[in-house]
Write a protein that binds this ligand. Structure first.
Ligand code: PEP
Ligand code: MN
Length: 359
């Protein structure tokens, strides 16, 4: 259930609703939107009568949310969630289409710094790189661990690019949180509820990847685990699902983008690299994802893809990535979005931010 406050509701009126909900044994989550505040009530609502809230001062109306995902529901918050990456001017979920790029794994200091400089020059806004790697075989490279995180941090220092990296276990959460700007939850961990609860308690944005056989409603409920712990800065990532098709590594589910955008206010990220598994298919699916309404892309690139220790087959070289960025900019424009262009003299995004600030 959500309690919708009147636009002019006072702080005291909002607090009174929160206290009342707590007295009734449910957990209130205030969601402060641009136009109005909504208090989402979660937990056991069997004893909660809507009328109690309808009569309170400052309340506009109450609504039952039919779907199981409440906090992440578009009805609870009609406007898009925009996630601002601290210490940068990167915002995910607004008008800008943000590209995150980098190698699958951090393989060494030079490799990640070289990648960071090249992707920045091409216009990417966030650096990716796994330090803890979920590998199908225990005998494959498992990642550089903390040393890899240190290399990522150095690459951030040099380029100013925020970093996204995977956290695989509850025990790793404090360490990875110390370094990362965005915590990545991998496909294999989508339903690791202990891990979801743990990242829900930290103050860093989370990118949650769809499990390889995860339904979209399950993905939304996994995001709900994170949100119900107090962390609303969540991005939903489509990275392909397992189907009977073997021509590609996974089947990139383009449908997920409009479905998630309709059902949730959270930003949607597309991963055409894992979605296809082959570098020759990545540009087509990246462009399709932007056309379909993705707020961000995460793309694997490598200075020498054939020598990559993981996912080389689906990694783009820097030249191809640079060309793709040019194409993506044109697609973004065609769907009334903007993309950062390092070659623009005037920063369109700064102008946009100024206009937004002026209302
Ligand atoms: C990755 O991003 O390198 C990765 C392991 O992705 P996924 O969890 O989607 O397989
Ligand atoms: Mn990978």
């Amino acid at each position: 259930m959500i309690v919708v406050m009147k636009p002019e509701a006072s702080k005291a009126e909002i607090e009174a609703v929160i206290r009342r909900a707590e007295q009734m044994g449910c957990r209130p989550h205030p969601i402060f939107g641009e136009a109005r505040t909504v208090i989402a009530l979660v937990g056991d609502l069997t004893q909660v009568a809507r009328e109690v809230f309808d009569e309170m001062n400052g309340v506009s109306n109450t609504m039952r949310i039919q779907e199981q995902h409440k906090l992440t529901n578009r009805t609870t918050r009609p406007e898009n969630t925009v996630i601002h990456l601290a210490g940068s001017n990167v915002r995910i979920g607004g008008n800008e289409v943000v590209v995150m790029a980098g190698p699958c794994s951090v393989e060494g200091r030079n490799q990640i710094i070289e990648s960071a400089i090249a992707i920045k020059e091409a216009g990417a806004r966030v650096l990716r790189g796994g330090a803890f790697k979920p590998r199908t075989s225990p005998y494959d490279f498992q990642g550089m661990g903390e040393e890899g995180l240190k290399h990522l941090a150095e690459a951030r220092e040099i380029t100013g690019l925020p970093i996204i990296t995977e956290v695989m276990t509850v025990e790793q959460v404090p360490l990875v949180t110390e370094y990362a700007d965005i915590l990545q939850i991998g496909a294999r961990n989508m339903q690791n509820y202990g891990l979801l609860n743990a990242v829900g308690k930290v103050g860093k944005p989370v990118m949650l990847k769809r499990g390889m056989s995860g339904l979209l409603k399950e993905l939304l409920l996994c995001a709900e685990y994170i949100a119900s712990n107090g962390n609303y800065n969540i991005m939903l990532c489509e990275r392909g699902i397992r189907t009977y098709e073997t021509a590609t590594r996974n089947t990139f589910d383009l449908n997920a983008i409009p479905v998630l955008k309709q059902s949730s206010h959270l930003p949607v990220v597309a991963d055409p690299s894992h979605g296809t598994g082959y570098r020759e298919y990545v540009p087509a699916m990246a462009k399709a994802a932007v056309a379909a309404g993705a707020d961000a892309l995460i793309i694997e690139v490598h200075p020498d893809p054939d020598k990559a220790v993981s996912d080389g087959r689906q990694s783009l070289d820097m030249e191809t990535f640079g060309r793709l960025m040019g194409d993506l900019r044109r697609i973004a424009e065609a769907v009334d979005r903007v993309m950062y262009d390092p070659n623009e003299e005037v920063d369109v995004l700064d102008q946009l931010a100024e206009l937004e600030a002026l209302g």
